[in-house]
Design a protein around this ligand. Structure first.
Ligand code: B3K
Ligand code: ZN
Length: 859
């Protein structure tokens, strides 16, 4: 096989042809679905004489242009392409192709998920349905006629509004859908199946009624209410905060079991991974309820930021994804705890995105070079992308930002545009100069902001010396200074925020750093203050600022900003882990005093307290001190948890009791965290009691996790009980699989158990949820076993990747992440990981998806 080749952002060329309308007729059969595609082709570049359409895994049945059939010598079928003569300005092209949805295990294009036909076309899946100009800057109006067996597939759905339906011979029926909005092929969707249907409606601000329909597996109706209620909240919020209203008469959401990611924003017909829709309190945790609300919101918000205004080319993916993540974060923050949501977002950046920057897949939020587009649905494009939007929001303010959004929508509605177009609208509408800011789109990597302070008591002057530097990344050696919004506060020794003047002007707390370095001089500061820097994580950078533990404790108690208080707590805990790692003992009395106070303060939001007491993840810690021994780090972290658990035993018990009494989601979060501390200190009875008395999945899972993490003797009995209860419910069994995979046991017995779990009736390697729950959780969430010195963990992952390479390359490429970051690890481990990567590289049929990641990591 020839080596996959990369595409480059700067090679973009407009399409020489457009397709204005597409009439699809899809005659569904498991192995021989016939797709008839009639397109209205329009030449947009004079002189263009050949139309090249892309297609994959298709059997071409017939081609005709303007009703005249073409013989095989009149067109060319090249690898992945159908090239047709096109000597006219407009033409009607009719293509008939045959596809095999039931054998489509890649879950791209048209495939079968259990008994349901469904599609996934983003990024480049439409080419597995018919030959087409499968690129986001070709916008067509779609009419879709679906034909299928009526008994097996009573519901036939596609984008837009249903205009016709009826019976056909042979027990079949049809439905025809028309989508009035021109759209790129990646937003096409079709679903056929038998479902339970939940219905509701929403009246828009301008008084239009929209029918809401949620299709779920038979028997799952009770688990759909939360998603539907979330959808209505999202629709209302987008009207109120962004002045954006829904545009069709119907909005459908379908839940399917086999799905490569969370959900997909197809116009008017979202397809969701059932895991991201279905929830009731028996089977789903509070965190899952939150996640469902946010994903439902995210896909809905795409209707404007993604669908009405889409991307010109796939390098611009962050145009829709960064912006839509920002919007869903704001939705969650407006409806729930802003501080806790911000903290969750910061954790993703520090724990996962910084690691991506440090690894072989480093790329700017607008990548320059791509082999397999599906590999770029990353935390960099999504979450760092959202941070870039958030910085613009910080610099422009809510009003300026909304003016920018309004201009963006007005100017580009119905178009396929670039990230530059977005920034341009923001800049013009607000008058804020974003020239330098644009570098965030082209530069990869994590900037380091180094700060030194200087206090002159006599002059009553306090100075902050700021210096920014971005280390080279795998993809880019040279880095430039960036525009960094730095939010800061200075606290007096008594904990008051100082009123500040900077260079003689009142200072509002936000400094825009645009130079490599700068000094901020604050006058009238009589005693050395404690600086709280980068509040709210105002820029996605690593902060290097030497602060004593006493100062951090001061911030943890007094900073006005809750995220800053959490951040200080994280700094304290991280230092204590590193002290432990060095073989020293952290000052547990000081820690116990500081955290004891927080635990005792019942006025604080319990969810925030839980965040403050959660130790930074192993991956976050690795990013702080790369090159350290990951297993030793995990153990040091564990040891500190035990130290804290015993030093704070009494306070934790009191707080636990308070949580039991309060019994709401924030208190359940804290309760579960405290239970884990208790388990690590061997308090097994309490864990068992919580398991037995649990009245919802949050408590059950909290107890199960505590038992497994603490390796308590009762854990097997609890796991068996859970398995017996849920063995027929694969979605819940995912929790069982993840619990098992993340248990910090010795690697060999653990792998035996994992292998046994792979033959459990609920496990199916073709289902990405199961794979992520078991194999993904092991590689990503069990540092002790995965990184065991024997290398057994790496070899296990490699075996699974080899299988998945042939089944579902996209899924394989997702779970390989912990392996490709091998250069972050110590020598012996590097060797073992490298061997596994070489074994993959030598595979004869290595997919593009894995090839891109493996080859980059080995180079
Ligand atoms: N746009 C989809 C993701 C598509 C991923 C393709 N591999 C979901 C979302 O971000 O909303
Ligand atoms: Zn999205």
């Amino acid at each position: 096989m020839s080596q996959p080749t990369a595409r480059h952002r700067l090679d973009y060329q407009a399409s020489p042809f457009q397709i204005d309308t597409l009439h699809l007729t899809v005659q569904l059969e498991d192995h021989a679905t016939l797709v008839t595609a009639e397109s209205a082709i329009r030449r947009t570049q004079a002189g263009a004489a050949e139309l090249a359409l892309v297609g994959e895994e298709l059997a071409l049945v017939s081609v005709s242009i303007d009703e005249v059939a073409l013989s095989a010598d009149e067109y060319r079928l090249e690898e992945g392409k159908l090239v047709l003569p096109m000597d006219r300005d407009s033409a009607r092209l009719t293509l008939v192709t045959r596809i095999d949805p039931a054998n489509n295990t890649a879950l791209e294009g048209l495939y079968k998920s259990e008994g349901t036909f469904c599609t996934q076309c983003e990024a480049e899946g439409f080419r597995r349905i018919t030959y087409f100009l499968d690129r986001p800057d070709v916008l067509a109006r779609y009419t879709t006629r679906i034909e299928a067996d009526k008994a097996a597939y009573p519901y036939l759905l596609a984008n837009g509004n249903k205009v016709d339906s009826g019976d056909l011979d042979g027990g079949r029926h049809f439905a025809t859908w028309v989508d009035p909005f021109p759209k790129p092929s990646y937003l096409f969707a079709l679903v056929a199946g038998d479902f339970d249907l939940l219905e509701d409606s929403f009246t828009t601000a301008s008084g239009r009624d929209v029918a809401l329909q949620l299709f779920v597996d038979k028997g799952q109706k009770g688990r759909g209410h939360h998603a539907l209620a979330s959808l209505k909240r999202a629709m209302k919020w987008d009207e109120e905060r962004f002045n954006l209203e829904y545009d069709l008469d119907i909005y459908m959401v379908v839940a399917v079991d086999f799905f490569n990611m969370g959900a997909m924003e197809n116009k008017g017909l979202n397809v969701f991974n059932s895991k991201c829709v279905l929830a009731d309190s028996d089977s789903a945790t509070d965190a899952e309820f939150d996640r469902i609300e946010s994903i439902i919101g995210h896909e809905y918000f795409h209707n404007w930021t993604g669908n009405r205004i889409t991307c010109r080319d796939w390098f611009q993916l962050s145009l829709k994804e960064g912006l839509t993540v920002f919007r869903d974060q704001e939705f969650s923050s407006d409806l729930g705890s802003r501080a806790v949501h911000r903290i969750e977002a910061v954790k993703v950046i520090r724990g996962i995105q910084f690691a991506e920057d440090a690894g072989p897949m480093a790329h700017p939020i607008r990548p320059d070079k791509v082999i397999e587009m599906n590999n770029f649905y990353t935390v960099t494009v999504y979450d760092k992308g959202a941070e870039i939007i958030r910085m613009m929001h910080t610099l422009l303010g809510e009003q300026g930002f909304q003016k920018g959004m309004a201009l963006y929508v007005e100017r580009h509605d119905g178009q396929a545009v670039t990230c530059d177009d977005f920034v341009q609208a923001m800049e013009e509408a607000s008058g804020v100069d974003l020239t330098l800011f644009r570098r965030w789109y082209s530069q990869s990597g994590t900037p380091v902001l180094t700060v030194e302070e200087e206090f002159d008591a006599e002059a009553a002057q306090y100075k902050l010396h700021l210096r920014q530097h971005t280390p080279a990344t795998a993809d880019q050696a040279q880095k430039q200074p960036l525009h960094l919004p730095v939010r800061l506060e200075l606290l007096s020794t008594s904990g008051q925020a100082l009123e500040l003047t900077l260079d003689g002007q009142p200072f509002d707390g936000l400094y825009s750093l645009t130079e490599p370095q700068a000094t901020l001089t604050f006058d009238g500061v009589n005693a050395k203050p404690v600086a709280s820097l980068l509040q709210e994580f105002s820029a996605p950078v690593k902060l290097s600022f030497a602060q004593s533990e006493a100062e951090q404790i001061h911030l943890m108690s007094y900073a006005n900003n809750a995220v800053a208080r959490w951040d200080a707590a994280q700094g304290i805990l991280a230092n204590a882990v590193f002290v432990t790692l060095e073989g020293d003992t952290p000052d547990s009395d000081a820690l116990a005093r500081a955290f004891g106070q927080i635990l005792a303060d019942d006025r604080l939001d319990a969810a925030l307290v839980a965040q403050m007491l959660t130790l930074p993840s192993v991956s976050t810690l690795m990013e702080m001190h790369s090159g350290c021994d990951v297993v030793a780090l995990h153990q040091a972290r564990r040891q500190l948890q035990t130290t804290l658990g015993s030093a704070l035993a009494a306070e934790m018990e009191l707080a636990y009791q308070r949580c039991v009494a309060a019994n709401d989601a924030p208190h359940r979060a804290l309760k579960n965290l405290l239970l884990e501390f208790k388990a690590l200190c061997g308090e097994s009875e309490r864990v068992l009691a919580q398991y037995e008395q649990a009245s919802n999945m949050t408590e059950t899972l909290g107890a199960l996790r505590a038992a497994n993490q603490g390796l308590l003797p009762q854990r097997r009995q609890m796991m068996t009980d859970f398995e017996v209860k849920w063995r027929h419910d694969p979605l819940v069994m995912d929790k069982y699989f993840s619990q098992l995979a993340t248990t910090p046991m010795e690697v060999v017995p653990l792998l035996e158990e994992i292998n046994r779990a792979m033959s459990h009736a609920a496990f199916d390697i073709g289902n990405p949820n199961r794979v992520r729950a078991l194999v993904g959780a092991f590689a990503d969430g069990n540092p002790k076993a995965f990184h065991d010195a024997s290398g057994a963990g790496y070899r296990f992952l490699t075996e699974q990747l080899i299988k998945l390479n042939g089944i579902n390359p996209q899924c394989a490429a997702r779970i390989i992440t912990p392996l490709i970051g091998f250069k972050q690890h110590t020598g012996e481990r590097q060797q073992q990981m490298r061997q596994c990567l070489e074994q993959l590289m030598a595979l004869e049929d290595l997919s593009k998806d894995l090839y891109e990641k493996v080859s980059k990591s080995l180079s």
